[in-house]
Design a protein around this ligand. Structure first.
Ligand code: PLP
Length: 224
């Protein structure tokens, strides 16, 4: 049985606050959730929402049409969707290649704030995962910083789903170390996006400044 949204939201906020000593940004991951559920969570004060699929997100962004919401793309980006992302999202958390940088910048409308960009890092060196190797972060960061219509904000990763929480914690720690190294050269970056429903407290303990939480808030995506 799923908790009513209001209770799930306040419980989640309390758990984040208890785990954190400085403010942590919550992105409510609303993929495969209804617009009604998103509107209900927005009514509780939540502003940041994360979506994995560009097309699905565009429908929701148009339908909800609330300029105070911040939309984050957290799923892989195909080059033919750069224009849509540049025009309709506020954050791209999953940048993983330099070839997307120029199109994103070109399509970012002048009337909007620069697109906030996180580089996705393949922190466990998995074959199947998107994200770049830690060694490749610096050239990509430099490419983003050449574009005034983009704003480099930090790093994101999805660790391997290890059943062993200490392995996951080690992944979070490695990403944190990457983040500190990158920040030594890009002092303005402020966002370390890691941690999901199962492990956001561990991620916060390792320095996450932004957590992406779906099922712990909305309930299971499968039973909708
Ligand atoms: C689905 C998803 C989440 C949220 O996952 P939950 O386990 O439902 O909290 C977070 N980040 C990414 C990249 C996702 O695809």
């Amino acid at each position: 049985m799923s908790m009513p949204l209001e209770l799930a939201f306040s419980t989640l906020r309390a758990r984040i606050a208890a785990a954190a000593s400085t403010p942590v940004q919550l992105v409510a991951v609303s993929k495969r959730q209804s617009t009604a559920a998103i509107v209900a969570v927005a009514a509780l004060g939540q502003r940041d929402f994360g979506e994995n699929y560009v097309q699905e997100a565009l429908g929701k962004i148009r339908e909800i049409s609330d300029p105070t919401l911040q939309w984050h793309l957290i799923g892989p980006l195909q080059s033919n969707k750069c224009q849509w992302v540049a025009e309709h999202f506020d954050w791209l958390q999953s940048l993983d290649r330099a070839s997307l940088v120029a199109p994103l910048a070109r399509f970012r409308p002048d009337g909007k704030a620069p697109l906030n960009v996180l580089i996705q890092v393949n922190i466990d060196d998995e074959d199947s995962k998107s994200g770049i190797a830690p060694e490749a972060i610096e050239p990509l960061a430099a490419a983003i910083e050449l574009q005034p219509r983009l704003k480099f904000r930090g790093l994101m990763a999805i660790p391997r789903p290890a059943p062993d929480l200490s392995a996951r914690r080690a992944s979070f720690r490695r990403l944190r170390e990457c983040f500190d190294a990158v920040r030594a050269r890009h002092a303005q970056i402020d966002t370390l996006s890691m941690g999901m429903s199962e492990d956001f407290e561990l991620a916060i303990a390792e320095g996450a400044t932004l957590v992406r939480v779906g099922s712990a808030l909305f309930g299971s995506r499968e039973t909708r």
